[in-house]
Write a protein that binds this ligand. Structure first.
Ligand code: ADA
Ligand code: CA
Length: 389
């Protein structure tokens, strides 16, 4: 069971953070700093930070204030090797993520280098995708597989976590549609898209919009309701690329572990843009050549042990870029390489875990509001756990 968040407190926080009218240029000083230089410099009038992310604001990423393009080569970078490196269920060194109860054994012995399927994985139609193979791009080409059965193969061993996972599968997710690609067109989705283990979903530049009712999206201020549906559920080893997720952001992308996201744009993130739940296996997560905007609370949320790499990422208007689940203590490694953020409200990374380690290179950020926010960049993380390279 998930702890209940205090919506009142959050609403109050968001009221001040998000209520400025989009036309108002009177955003207070924006504090600009690079991580390498903790002595922040004030820059007035920059980046009309908190653009309206509220209901009905169909986002236009290009219009997001101050988002500089650091992702050269982002568009059309289709030549990503999807799964070769994502390697099975084995957790990244030193991260120690949970082993899936039934999946582990088979996963390490099936398709070389790619991991394969869990033992209980419904079988039909999934196993043929080898590491590095190109997805056909045809939506629905894996529709015959039983997505829930495949996912069940990754149930955690812990009884309580397993019950939460089962609850997630049977009530939170709703019905799933399996697909390994889109055709580049804009479309509205009414079901979460399941991407099978060790396959790559290539949207070919498509823009997806969630149907508010079918996907239970929260369109109220801040979009923070629990139990919204994700656009995607990525099975272990799955890659997602060349997709734009529009407004409403809903629950974004759920990543079970060992996932790569490449050239994904969140125009207006919802409850969060992408996350790893506590009852997911976790593992290596790479998010590259991507953009995220308007995350009232957090952009990326990690509730299970992960080794996270965020590279060539630009974002604007967010509470936090990365949030390790509040009050929890588990290993999380975060590598930020060439990351450019504007309109940061609360933190670049926030964690309550002494096992959270951050490495960063070419990190630039600009907070909203005035004052010295130097102590909030890596919020509540021991300085000894942070390395610039
Ligand atoms: C909130 C909530 C957590 C978790 C998280 C998430 O932070 O308090 O329990 O649900 O969201 O995963 O999105
Ligand atoms: Ca979430």
């Amino acid at each position: 069971m998930k702890p209940q968040r205090s919506l009142v407190g959050l609403a109050l926080a968001l009221t001040s953070a998000c209520s400025s009218a989009p036309s108002s240029p009177s955003v207070p000083n924006t504090v600009v700093a690079s991580a390498g230089n903790p002595s922040v410099t004030a820059q007035s009038g920059a980046a009309a930070g908190s653009s309206a992310g509220g209901a009905g604001a169909t986002a236009n990423a290009a219009g997001a204030a101050g988002a500089r393009a650091v992702s050269s080569g982002a568009a059309g970078s289709a030549s990503v090797q999807p799964t070769a490196a994502s390697g099975a269920q084995a957790p990244a060194a030193g991260v120690g993520s949970q082993q899936p109860a039934t999946a582990g054994a088979d996963i390490t012995t099936t398709t070389a280098g790619a991991g394969g399927q869990p033992a209980t994985a419904g079988g039909s139609g999934v196993g043929s995708n080898e590491a590095g193979s190109t997805a056909s791009g045809a939506p629905g080409d894996c529709q015959s597989i039983d997505a829930v059965a495949v996912l069940r193969g990754y149930a955690p061993q812990d009884e309580e976590a397993a019950a939460d996972f089962e609850d997630y599968l049977t009530s939170e997710l709703g019905s799933l549609t399996c697909a390994t690609g889109g055709n580049g067109d804009a479309r509205t989705i009414t079901q979460t898209i399941f991407v099978p283990p060790n396959t790559s979903y290539d949207g070919h530049g498509e823009k997806l919009t969630a149907d508010v009712a079918a996907m239970r999206c929260d369109t109220s201020e801040g979009e923070q309701a629990e139990h919204q549906r994700p656009y995607f559920v990525l099975a272990p080893g799955a890659t997602l690329k060349n997709v734009t997720i529009t407004y409403p952001g809903c629950e974004g992308v759920h990543m079970l572990g060992d996932n790569t996201l490449e050239n994904v744009v969140w125009e207006d993130a919802g409850e969060d843009a992408a996350s790893v739940r506590s009852y997911f296996p976790g593992g290596k997560i790479t998010i590259s050549h991507s953009e995220g905007h308007k995350a009232a609370d957090k952009m990326f949320q990690f509730n299970a042990a992960c080794d996270v790499k965020i590279e060539s990422f630009s974002g604007s208007d967010m509470g936090k870029l990365v949030r390790q689940n509040g009050g929890k203590d588990f290993p999380l490694k975060i590598d930020l390489n060439t990351v450019n953020l504007t309109g940061v409200i609360s933190a670049v990374v926030q964690s309550d875990s002494p096992q959270c380690f951050v490495r960063h290179h070419a990190l630039e950020y600009a907070f909203t509001g005035s004052g010295d926010k130097a102590d909030r960049v890596f919020r509540d993380i021991p300085p000894g756990n942070i390395t610039e390279y």
